[in-house]
Design a protein around this ligand. Structure first.
Ligand SMILES: [Zn+2]
Length: 123
């Protein structure tokens, strides 16, 4: 499920604020385990294929085996993700892009126009 939320953007404690919008995706427990299983399947699938490749298999097979488990644990714990969005810069007033990141507020972002570091929090 994705939802768009309004965020407040500020560059400092006593600076004017601006508004922005970000998209958040939330996964149910069932979707989380499906996503995690798929990542595990992909990693182990590629790992299994690498068994037939000389030399590469020494690194790729154990590497992908571990990567699959790491991905599985990461994805099963990940309940939501900030897909990104855009907002107005409180300094230069131009619209800048908010990158995909962990769903955790407040988050820091850099205005791509004036390079001001801004703090983004839930409105
Ligand atoms: Zn700016």
């Amino acid at each position: 499920m994705t939802e768009t939320i309004v965020v407040t953007i500020r560059s400092g404690p006593d600076r004017p604020t601006a508004e922005g919008k970000v998209e958040i995706i939330t996964w149910s427990a069932k979707e989380r385990s499906r996503r995690a299983m798929r990542a595990l399947g992909i990693c182990w699938g590629i790992g299994l294929f690498c068994v037939i490749l000389p030399i590469i298999h020494f690194f790729a097979v154990p590497g992908l085996f571990v990567a699959g488990i790491v991905m599985f644990m990461k994805l099963s714990a990940e309940e939501s993700l900030l897909l990104g969005g855009e907002g107005a810069c409180p300094e230069c007033r131009k619209t800048f892009r908010i990158a995909k990141a962990a769903h955790r507020f407040p988050m820091d972002e850099l205005c791509e126009h004036c390079k001001t570091s801004v703090s983004i929090s839930k409105a």
